[in-house]
Design a protein around this ligand. Sequence first.
Ligand code: GLN
Length: 488
Amino acid sequence: MINASLTQLAALLAQKKISSVELTSAYLDRIARFNPVLNAFVTVDETASLAQAAAADARIASGAAATLTGIPIAHKDIFCADGWRTTCGSRMLANFVAPYDAHVVSQFKNAGMVSLGKTNMDEFAMGSSNETSYFGAVKNPWDITAVPGGSSGGSAAAVAARLAPAATGTDTGGSIRQPAALTGITGLKPTYGVVSRYGMIAFASSLDQAGPMAKSAEDCALLMNVMAGFDERDSTSLERPVEDYTRDLAQPMAGLRIGLPREYFGEGLSDEVARGVEAALAEYRKLGAQTVEVSLPNTRLSIPVYYVLAPAEASTNLARFDGVRYGYRAPDYKDLTDMYEQTRAQGFGAEVKRRIMIGTYVLSHGYYDAYYLQAQKIRRLIAQDFTEAFAHCDVIMGPTTPETAFDFGDKSSDPIAMYLSDIYTIAVNLAGLPGMSVPCAIAANGRPIGLQLIGDYFSESRLLGIAHQYQRVTDWHERMPPNSEQQI
Ligand code: GLN
């Protein structure tokens, strides 16, 4: 049962073969057993989860169930959840109990899904390895000496180890797709504006986007049906007709034009990841798709542009954490200014401080034109690259990451090396496009490899369909980490 799809779980619940309380208890038991090693969850509240499950059972009994009613889900700890501690992976918010639900959380609640708890993450979603979390790193269930990726590493590890059948994530520069790739699960970052950011703790507001993380594309489509849609409380939420994200799952692949960006297959890509991606492309060709070479010439500029724009936005977003309004306040201080300084010095970790300093610098008078404005211009060029590429293809494919999960400590003392983990994902955020990662191989070291799919604006359902057709003929998404049944 722990390897069942959301559709299968929904059927078991509808046929009353299992109750939501039983299902929720089963996952809570797995969390109790494996979380001490994996550290995927920061907060678990069995009483609250079981109360939600009992309410879901009552709803099912009354005949008022929605598709996913009674199925458990884990939420990245960046989403405010009413009455739940919401830490964003930071000491700054270590004791913050949210007084309201993020839009995404309330959508899942209204659908009758049961929250299993809050998942660990890099501090304020800044990182690619989960090593920046105040609550300690998350371990990769495939190999606990490896990172799970970041920043949604807790959600990724929870789904990979089958501690939850589904989870929420957020992706500012790769934080859904990169950990999905490194833990062998499926994740989707939607088009910017498709999922409301209300109640999602802001990192870089023009890039942040929430999305689903689950075993398969089909499961992600069902989750998108719940989480996407207009919300007037987010000024960048797009007012569009309600979509059924499962509608393209059965679309055949014959005639599909897959664009392969030259820049995604060059220097820096490990041979093994390249082979994994090639094997996936061969499957698509067997299904009738064709591949064409495309070019995204400004890819090489995406990391420098991102590390101007994201810190600039973060430096303003994180100004609110001042010891007055939210969370942590330093216990000893001389005066008001000292209170701010001590609070922020103690409350934020090193990576967050680095970003605030970079952001403040690039926005300062005298440097604004040289850095921030230039970066905005290049951001536009990066987006244009994709528009031109989509004139020649229906979908872009390539690796999600240059290499498989790396070991703890490998990159934590070298920020630039860490930033390069997102070389294939960041441009998608800068352009505001949808992107996915799908498991497509396991390397000789036993660590998963992800295939990235990038679509044009609002092509989520098509992307999910393209991923689903691959998952119909392969079983990488069904593979579980060794020893998932007993110990990890
Ligand atoms: N790894 C990138 C960063 O550190 C992206 C993080 C994210 O997508 N939240 O900023």
